[in-house]
Ligand binder design. Structure first.
Ligand SMILES: O=C(O)CCC(=O)C(=O)O
Ligand SMILES: [Fe+2]
Length: 288
């Protein structure tokens, strides 16, 4: 392997630690109570809603198992991505479309749990995604000769509503723990999806839930693949705290902003090394 392009070398304060914390890590949530084939008691369902709410509040991140997404669909997209040039464009399109449909189904289930956890009607968020601009990204991280100096993806927050990520067994995603600001590795779990709340849910929930910083560490031996699905509303959407979640005592913390304008600013800069912060929802924060 050759020299590393200096463009990839991070400033010292952003370089990863060689050892990492695995600890208890982000919560793992079993979604089997909402699999359609299961009969579920009210207590079990309420327990699940609470688990999701607590994870959104304390971590901004969680993993889900028994989510109902057929493993075969995930294997297909993994295959298509690894053999990128071996398949026709038509085949790849079909695979991505099939996978996308499964992601949308799972996203709606998660949105329902999140809405309920905020004491909102289960379908409160559905209307925002009629003409959604959601997409899937196929990420490939080649091995890096100097993983202690570089990052696969620098620290950032996801700007959308919700992200559903499939990672392979290599690992490397780190989440900034809210309690102490330490970077915590998300342990690869077979057939689990990693879910995180994006900036839009932070604003809708008026900061009850927070979009949390994360980044990706690379390693010198193994390449890594990951597939995030970003749940995004139409570009014309004005994003602002939900009326039901604001009142005199707890007024809106954000001014409304236009999603399309926000994302077009962001996409010019989100993954670059930043000296100054790029456009953030905090730019729309109403000062107290
Ligand atoms: O590859 C990963 O694990 C995460 C990538 C990511 O954070 C992103 O694409 O927004
Ligand atoms: Fe991300």
């Amino acid at each position: 392997m050759g020299e590393v392009d200096p463009a990839f070398i991070q400033e010292p304060e952003h370089r990863p630690k060689v050892s990492y914390i695995e600890g208890k890590g982000v919560p793992l949530i079993d979604l089997s109570p909402i699999l359609s084939s299961n009969n579920v008691s009210a207590i079990e369902f309420e327990g699940l809603v609470k688990e999701v709410g607590d994870a959104c509040k304390c971590w901004g991140f969680f993993q889900v198992i028994n989510h109902g997404v057929p493993l075969e669909k995930r294997e297909k997209i993994d295959d298509a991505s690894r053999k990128f040039f071996a398949q026709s464009l038509e085949e790849k399109r079909k695979t991505c479309q099939d996978y996308g449909q499964e992601m949308v189904k799972l996203a709606y289930k998660l949105l329902e749990l999140i809405a309920l956890s905020l004491d909102l009607p289960a379908d409160r968020f559905h209307g925002f995604f009629k003409d959604q601009t959601s997409f899937i990204r196929l990420n490939h991280y080649p091995p890096c000769p100097t993983p202690e100096l570089a990052l696969g993806v620098g620290r950032h927050k996801d700007a959308g509503a919700l992200t559903i990520l499939a990672q392979d067994d290599v690992g490397g995603l780190e989440v900034k723990q809210k309690t102490d600001g330490e970077w915590v590795r998300v342990k690869p779990t077979p057939d689990a999806y990693i879910i995180n709340v994006g900036d839009i849910i932070q604003v809708w929930s008026n900061d009850t839930y927070e979009s949390v910083e994360h980044r990706v560490i690379v390693n010198s031996e193994r390449e890594r693949y990951s597939y995030p699905f970003f749940l995004l509303p139409p570009l014309s959407t004005m994003v602002e705290p939900l009326e039901e979640l604001t009142n005199k005592k707890n007024p809106a913390k954000y001014r409304a902003y236009n999603w399309g304008e926000f994302i077009s600013h962001r996409s010019q800069s989100n993954f670059q090394k930043q000296k100054v912060e790029n456009l953030q929802i905090s730019d729309f924060k109403i000062s107290e």
